[in-house]
Design a protein around this ligand. Structure first.
Ligand code: NAG
Ligand code: NAG
Ligand code: NAG
Ligand code: NAG
Ligand code: NAG
Ligand code: NAG
Ligand code: NAG
Length: 859
């Protein structure tokens, strides 16, 4: 999902978001020449484009099946914990990154952080800016581009109340909002802390389904309460409250209750998703420790009373800045350590479950214990990768590890908390959105965390089983808005090729992707595909289509057409692997539908700043077409950074979504041979791709741009991919607080991580494009027990002047192809490079190019 500065996707839900007090719409050693010859022959055979069969997993496994010797075994122990110091969760908490910087476990449901009142930026709760803090809440999404997500049941802490009267404390979100002490935010894996100007220090850590806060009151007697308030003397007697609101102010019903003897507060609410349709329920259970209770009660807006019974918060709904409703506990001075611990269990099933989660996961209120366990969980995950970072700056290392870290924040593992159906399958939520994540995040998780990726794939299949369609976007148990194709087909196709198979029901998986391809749902704005009758009969989505089968955003005809074509290619791969030959042919044939929107005569015409009509040297772009087959003009640059950047975001009327025809005209990963030919051959193709990156048309802040950095490989110039990767890192992906060029989507860090490691996936294919890693050595834990996939630069240059691969060896054998297959990550092995300052001839021979699967005319 892309960023749209200054304006959240208000249209997404059509209701107001509550923001800033305003409402905004929302390698061959010489062994045997005969062997070399035999391997070359096999290689040439494999490399020949197969005109009518989409090559599936059979070929890829067969290729190097017995030649791989994973010579490297395990590395240093405890490495994962060592690299945690290079994780800075605050990267991307401004400039539209929308990163969640708080405490979380890998894929954790509980995500605790301070929520700031930051208009259009606080999708993940916290923003590095100067806005006040409205509370501390326990569930969030990370890096999304929609409205603020989750943030239910915020806690807030006052050091005391004016005149020692609980009713004089500030209760509603807008009034209790309090500035933070600038520069006080401290974030590390599993831990977050912040000092407020009301003399409260808030620290937090989490388990799977519970957050643990430590509020300390170390300050002076004089504190400022609220944003505009003068400093007042308040007695040291803390009041903690829990509010039923969420970040988007979407609550439509709910209730709260406090138990006077124990101070336990329980409650629930019904809320709306941040980029989708429907509603979800959430439940919490808060307990406190560290001080004696004086009084307890509930509040509605500013009216706090000692009433403790369940109160119905239904009335405090939309458009009501005072819509806060909740419960509070007024404490005596903490007995020891000047702090009170608050443990908040969350659940999507029931209050009882929320309490049980908290009691089971944090029975001891042991802050240090919980925090250490969270750090260890992250250490285990990051331990799948080891690097030799000799000579590489701290900043560069931080960019790498922080990016990797962020790719494991979402989707979230909500297994056991599914409120929609009972199942023995895993349940993951916050696929937000697959349109973003299929390109790099899921391929990365497939390598570094295949167990989690397998569960995610099973979860997607189970969603199909119970909901009827795979999601393109999904959050908070709701259907999210589809942005383009049915790209879960690519995630499932990718999994099929890469042995993500443990417990995967391929029969149902195949049924699911075929359903996307064949059956149009009534509302294809939230699942499946639209305009399918025309897609099947005409082979493209006409600009003026009459879709009688369903409704959805009828614009985006170019971007949806290229994505549907690639989705169909991925389905063809699965069909071929399952020996469904006629299906494989059918879908492979549809994968060529993109050609139907290729207007070879379309010129690239544009206005310069003075209003003169100019034209670049490039001809032939994807263009919209009418039902009768005539062309319609769509400016080739619209919706690129140099022309009407934000005109094709969520509510677009244009034929491309979050990108220009220039960009989408490169999206044919299944058949780059044909595309390169249509663009005038390899040299012209390379000139065009270079122009695209140099002219400002490319925008790296959105995921569709990732592959274009590496497509020089298809023009026989892998060195240029390396050149451009270095152009963007660190200039656009770095360790600054604003170091992400767009919404993170848990995906931006996957792009940078792949560049650092020296390969980039062509998602949906068993193909990784090679560039030199940014470390002297990268070791990736292989699927085969005890083996490692090792990538090493023999003459590494940490200044990156030598950025071009000159020679390569795979397991000691000279290797000239510019790509590798997943076999390397399955069995482990050793890939070595020698790099140089000039581009050189490596990877440039005809047989060295990555594969394509063209559909020949008449098949
Ligand atoms: C935050 O509060 C803690 C506890 O009083 C203190 O040690 C720390 O220095 C404070 N940080 C900042 C930046 O004020
Ligand atoms: C304040 O809350 C109490 C207890 O719920 C209720 O009796 C009273 O009417 C409320 N006052 C106002 C002004 O809403
Ligand atoms: C799941 O099963 C439990 C126990 O039988 C039942 O109480 C609950 O309603 C079921 N949940 C759903 C969503 O069907
Ligand atoms: C997901 O959660 C379930 C239930 O807690 C757990 O059994 C499973 O191991 C988790 N998956 C991962 C990848 O951590
Ligand atoms: C593929 O994965 C399955 C299950 O995880 C495993 O048993 C099998 O050995 C794997 N296949 C290969 C070729 O590694
Ligand atoms: C469209 O609707 C017709 C009539 O209900 C149905 O027969 C056909 O299968 C549908 N086509 C698609 C692609 O969903
Ligand atoms: C870091 O990345 C951001 C976002 O792309 C960019 O605006 C900034 O200029 C970069 N900073 C440096 C020092 O390269």
């Amino acid at each position: 999902m892309g960023r749209r500065p200054g304006s959240p996707y208000g249209k997404a839900r059509g209701i107001a978001g509550y923001n800033g007090g305003r409402f905004t719409l929302p390698s061959f050693p010489r062994r045997s020449r005969a062997l070399v010859f035999a391997l070359c022959a096999l290689f040439v055979f494999v490399m020949l484009p197969k005109p009518d069969i989409p090559i599936g997993r059979t070929f890829s496994f067969f290729m190097f099946g017995s030649t791989v010797t994973g010579s490297i075994s395990s590395g240093p122990k405890g490495h994962g914990m060592d690299v945690l110091r290079y994780v800075d969760p605050l990267i991307g908490t401004t400039n539209g990154g929308h990163v969640f910087p708080g405490a979380s476990l890998p894929y954790g449901m509980a995500k605790a952080v301070a929520d700031t009142l930051s208009p259009a930026e606080n999708a993940a709760g916290y923003v590095s800016d100067e806005n006040p803090v409205i509370g501390f809440s326990h569930m969030h999404d990370s890096g999304t581009g929609g409205n603020p997500s989750l943030g239910n049941f915020p806690l807030f802490a006052h050091r005391g109340c004016p005149e020692d009267d609980f009713s004089k404390c500030k209760f509603p979100a807008m009034e209790r909002a309090t500035y933070r002490v600038q520069g006080s935010a401290l974030a590390r894996p599993g831990y977050f802390s912040l000092n407020l100007t009301n003399s409260v220090r808030a620290e937090m850590t989490v388990t799977e389904h519970a957050a643990l806060y430590r509020f300390s009151f170390p300050g002076t007697e004089t504190v400022s309460v609220g944003v505009d308030e003068e400093k007042k003397d308040v007695p040291y007697s803390p009041l903690l409250l829990v509010d039923l609101t969420d970040l988007g102010n979407t609550r439509s019903s709910g209730g709260v209750q406090v138990y006077p003897e124990t101070g336990r507060i329980i409650g629930d609410g019904v809320y709306s998703p941040s980029f989708g349709v429907g509603q979800y329920s959430a439940y919490f259970c808060a307990d406190f420790e560290g001080a004696k209770i004086r009084k307890t009660g509930t509040f509605a807006r500013n009216n706090a009373s000692e009433e403790v019974k369940w109160i119905d918060g239904a009335s405090a709904g939309f458009f009501n800045p005072g819509g806060s409703t909740g419960a509070w506990v007024h404490f005596e001075q903490p007995e020891k350590g000047d702090s009170i611990l608050a443990r908040v269990g969350v659940s999507f099933l029931s209050v009882d479950r929320a309490c049980a989660n908290a009691e089971a996961e944090i029975p001891d209120f042991g802050f240090e214990r919980v925090q250490t366990a969270a750090r260890e969980a992250w250490g285990d995950k990051l331990g799948a990768i080891q690097v030799d970072a000799t000579g590489v700056s701290e900043e560069m290392q931080t960019t790498f590890w922080s990016g990797l870290y962020r790719t494991m924040l979402s989707p979230q593992n909500i297994t056991g908390e599914n409120q929609l159906w009972n199942s023995t399958e895993p349940y993951y939520d916050s696929f937000y959105c697959i349109w973003d994540s299929f390109r790099a995040q899921h391929p990365l998780l497939t390598i570094i965390d295949p167990v989690a990726q397998t569960e995610m794939v099973r979860s997607l299949i189970d969603i199909y089983r119970n909901v009827g369609k795979l999601p393109d976007c999904r959050m908070s148990f709701c259907k999210g808005f589809s942005q383009g194709g049915s790209n879960a087909d690519i995630v499932i196709g990718d999994a099929f090729l890469k042995n993500i198979t443990d417990g995967v029901d391929w029969t149902t998986a195949y049924e699911a992707v075929v359903s996307d391809a064949e059956l149009e749902p009534k509302n294809w704005g939230v699942e499946g595909r639209g305009n399918l009758v025309s897609w099947h009969e005409l082979g493209y989505i006409p600009w003026n289509d009459e879709d009688k089968n369903g409704t959805g955003p009828t614009s985006r005809t170019i971007s949806r057409s290229v994505e549907y074509a690639y989705d169909d290619f991925c389905i063809a791969n699965i069909a071929a692997g399952l020996n469904k030959h006629s299906d494989a042919e059918k879908y492979h044939s549809r994968s060529a539908n993109w050609k139907n929107l290729w207007n070879g005569a379309q010129k690239d015409v544009y206005l310069d700043p003075r209003g003169d009509v100019l034209q670049s040297e490039f001809t032939g772009f994807l263009q919209p077409k009418l039902m009768d087959g005539t062309w319609r003009y769509h400016n080739t640059r619209t919706c690129s950074p140099i022309h009407d950047m934000h005109s094709c975001y969520y509510d677009t009327a244009h034929d491309t979504y979050e990108g220009s025809p220039w960009l989408y005209s490169f999206f044919v990963p299944q058949d780059m041979v044909s595309l390169v030919s249509l663009m005038g051959g390899p040299d012209r193709f390379v000139q065009r791709l270079t122009y695209y990156h140099e002219s400002g048309i490319a925008y790296m802040g959105n995921e569709q741009a990732f592959l274009t950095v590496f497509q020089f490989h298809y023009g026989g110039r892998p060195g240029l991919s390396s050149f451009w990767a270095h152009r963007y890192i660190p200039s656009q992906f770095n360790a600054s607080i604003n170091g992400i060029p767009g919404n993170d989507d848990c995906a931006m860090g996957a792009f940078s991580a792949f560049v650092y490691m020296g390969f980039f996936p062509v998602a949906g294919q068993d193909v990784y494009l090679l560039t030199p890693p940014l470390f002297e050595e990268v070791r990736i834990r292989a699927r085969e027990e005890g083996k490692w996939a090792v990538i090493r630069v023999r003459n590494f240059d940490p200044s990156y002047k030598r950025k071009y691969i000159q020679r390569a060896w795979l397991n000691g054998k000279k290797y000239s192809r510019s790509w590798i297959t997943h076999e390397f990550f399955m069995k482990g092995g050793l890939l070595e490079f020698v790099v140089g300052e000039e581009e050189g001839g490596w990877g440039r021979g005809d047989g060295d190019l990555p594969p394509s699967w063209p559909v020949l005319d008449g098949t």
